[in-house]
Design a protein around this ligand. Structure first.
Ligand code: SF4
Ligand code: MG
Length: 288
């Protein structure tokens, strides 16, 4: 069966992002990738946190959940563990992923459950009017840092590689075909796949728009980079802020979390027969 992006659009409405927002390209790239992979929307779960882009599950026909700030990754991991036959995608912004959700992020990377994590990284808290975020560069002027951000920025690519990431990539909302292909690769990877995406916030960041990144990005796949070379990947990760390579920095095969759990030997938990399980003794033991 051949699907199109229309199969993944919600009939309830369209995204309300600002005109020119990078989220439109990310949303389109995800839906194009799902269509090209011929994934059934009924077998695909799309989890969002809090943030402009993270609200995307509103506008898809896939199963969707908006969960707490910083929590889409643990929620998506839970979905995957309940039914590991589902295709599971989580979408955060940079604040959601690397601020409020930082602890979950690191542990999810090393745990390596088979989910795709998209982070729209615009280096500001866009939804709440442009405050500095964990990926804002030191010195960045914003409503919350009128004298310049005091802290150095988080480098998500270097962080994910060092935490044991098995698929670490960067996309760019200004290069839709490349981003679509990257998301397809992420779904085909067995393990936790991070795609940090440069996603200009055209409303609150008047400096780092598309023109700023156009000359700073280059495609890793066209540069002779070997994604199995961890040292080379880290070196590329530290090219920012002068250069922002896009593409697959690092990939390796290692144990996938759900494959190591004996509970799944008889299929997804969601399909197990629970009609003969009596939990009353458990309740009685803890409520007596
Ligand atoms: Fe996009 Fe920024 Fe508008 Fe949010 S505030 S929708 S991130 S342009
Ligand atoms: Mg942001």
């Amino acid at each position: 069966m051949t699907r199109s992006i229309n199969d993944y659009q919600s009939k309830l409405g369209k995204p309300n992002w600002c005109a020119g927002c990078g989220d439109f390209a990310i949303d389109m790239a995800i839906k194009q990738a799902l269509a090209q992979l011929d994934y059934n929307p009924d077998e695909t779960a799309w989890i969002g946190g809090i943030g402009c882009g993270a609200s995307a599950p509103y506008w898809t026909s896939c199963y969707g959940v908006l969960t707490l700030h910083g929590r889409p990754v643990p929620f998506a991991t839970g979905v995957k563990l309940a039914n590991h036959k589902l295709n599971v995608l989580a979408w955060s912004g940079d604040g959601d992923a690397y601020g409020i959700g930082m602890g979950h992020f690191i542990h999810a990377v090393r745990r390596n459950a088979n989910i795709v994590y998209i982070v729209g990284n615009n280096t500001v808290y866009g939804l709440t009017k442009g405050q500095a975020s964990p990926t804002s560069q030191k010195g960045c002027i914003s409503p919350s840092t009128p004298f310049g951000a005091p802290d150095p920025d988080v480098n998500p690519i270097a962080l994910a590689i060092s935490a044991g990431g098995s698929f670490v990539a960067r996309g760019y909302a200004g290069n839709l075909p490349h981003l679509t292909n990257l998301i397809k690769q992420a779904f085909e990877h067995k393990g936790f796949a991070l795609i940090d995406i440069i996603q200009p916030c055209v409303t609150w960041d008047k400096i780092k728009g598309y023109a700023y990144y156009q000359d700073k990005t280059y495609v890793l796949e066209e540069s002779g980079h070997d994604p199995s070379d961890k040292d080379a990947a880290l070196k590329r990760a530290y090219e920012q802020p002068e250069k922002f390579p896009i593409g697959l920095f690092y990939q390796e095969e290692r144990d996938v979390y759900e494959d190591t759990q004996p509970q799944f030997e008889n299929g997804p938990l969601a399909k197990h027969d629970i009609s003969n399980i009596d939990i009353n003794p458990l309740f009685e033991a803890y409520t007596a």
